[in-house]
Design a protein around this ligand. Structure first.
Ligand SMILES: Nc1ncnc2c1ncn2[C@@H]1O[C@H](COP(=O)(O)OP(=O)(O)OP(=O)(O)O)[C@@H](O)[C@H]1O
Ligand SMILES: [Mg+2]
Length: 329
């Protein structure tokens, strides 16, 4: 059965697109059939992660100007290509025991649908109420097609921030909503508002919602992290280092040698624990994961998929845990 996951937030710039794109790519690398949709229809930006210039858009499908296969682009070859180039040890990504370490052929698939950023296309989506309902029906039909024709294990949707018509529609078709909050710019009141007023309605009908606490401070890793850190546990959350949670066997075995001293780690761990329970209490939602803020991602001049380009990056490790946590829901 297809699981549909929407990335949403109250405020803009919390990391939705970055997290949704990496999440989808990692799921595909782990052997799943994944469709990633840019449904941030008011300000689409997913394209920059895939270095592409689409000829057809989700908008064309919604307005009956294109078939689904024209707007859902197969990016599996790109994934396979980068996978091979990096000679990824697939034990990092393998799902179950069916894939041997070192095998480079992907069993998973990644398709991506992009949204048109032209202002007339955005206006069209905001059209009169009769056309809006028509387009909404087509959107629901798209979700169905991805299950039936594409046999997607996962449909991942990037949404627009806040309470807007098309964000709410995207949330309505989701089984799981991940709401991202950015450290340093937490909008607790706004988040509580979307949780109570919007998610509350959907959770009554079975949607699950969680907080995704992003850009947690204290882990800034320089660009050439590979050469500078003694183990890949450097740059991982204190709580995960402490518990040894899901750290891959080929790095991070010696937890005692990571760069954070134990007293620093305890202090950081206590702060994270307090913050997680504060966020949960204040918003009524469980924190499913906390993703550290990494300088090399934040200050990169070009967007890229970290899980693909840097399989050994602590961000990828953290994402492995997130993907496993979501798979269990
Ligand atoms: N964990 C992280 N560490 C460092 N930088 C991050 C992290 N997550 C996201 N970023 C950076 O934060 C910036 C904003 O991220 P992104 O565009 O994904 O946010 P968004 O929520 O999709 O924004 P919008 O609401 O405008 O669509 C980007 O430059 C991205 O590279
Ligand atoms: Mg975005």
């Amino acid at each position: 059965m297809t699981k549909c996951i929407a990335f949403h937030s109250y405020k803009g710039g919390t990391g939705k697109t970055t997290l949704a794109a990496n999440f989808a790519a990692l799921l595909a690398l782990k052997g799943n059939r994944v469709v990633l949709l840019d449904f941030d229809v008011y300000a689409p930006s997913l394209q920059s992660y895939f270095n592409t210039d689409p000829k057809k858009w989700i908008n064309d499908f919604l307005f009956d100007n294109a078939q689904v296969e024209d707007v859902i682009v197969d990016f599996t070859p790109t994934l396979t290509h980068v996978n091979k180039r990096n000679s990824i040890d697939n034990s990092v990504f393998s799902k179950g025991k069916e894939k041997a370490a070192g095998q480079n052929i992907l069993n998973g698939k990644l398709w991506v649908g992009f949204s048109n950023s032209k202002k007339e296309e955005i206006y069209k989506l905001e059209g009169g109420s009769s056309s809006k309902i028509q387009v909404l029906r087509k959107f629901i039909f798209l979700r169905e097609l991805l299950s039936s024709d594409y046999q997607a294990d996962y449909v991942i949707i990037d949404t627009s921030p806040g309470i807007r018509y098309w964000s709410i529609n995207a949330l309505a078709v989701a089984d799981i909503v991940l709401l991202t909050l950015k450290m340093g710019d937490l909008d607790i009141a706004g988040t509580r508002k979307v949780s109570e007023e919007i998610y509350g309605t959907f959770t009554k009908f079975g949607t699950k919602s969680f907080l995704l606490w992003n850009r947690v401070a204290g882990y800034c890793v320089p660009h050439n992290f590979q050469n500078l850190t003694p183990t890949a546990t450097s740059g991982m959350l204190a709580s995960d280092i402490q518990s040894g949670a899901n750290i891959q066997s080929d790095f991070g075995q010696d937890h005692s040698s990571n760069s954070m001293s134990s007293s620093m780690m305890e202090a950081q761990q206590a702060t994270e624990r307090d913050m997680k329970s504060f966020l949960s209490n204040e918003t009524g939602m469980e924190v499913i994961s906390a993703i550290p803020c990494y300088c090399d991602i934040q200050f990169s001049r070009k967007e890229y998929l970290t899980v693909l380009e840097h399989p050994e990056h602590p961000f990828t490790n953290q994402f492995n845990m997130l993907v496993d946590a979501v798979a269990k829901i």
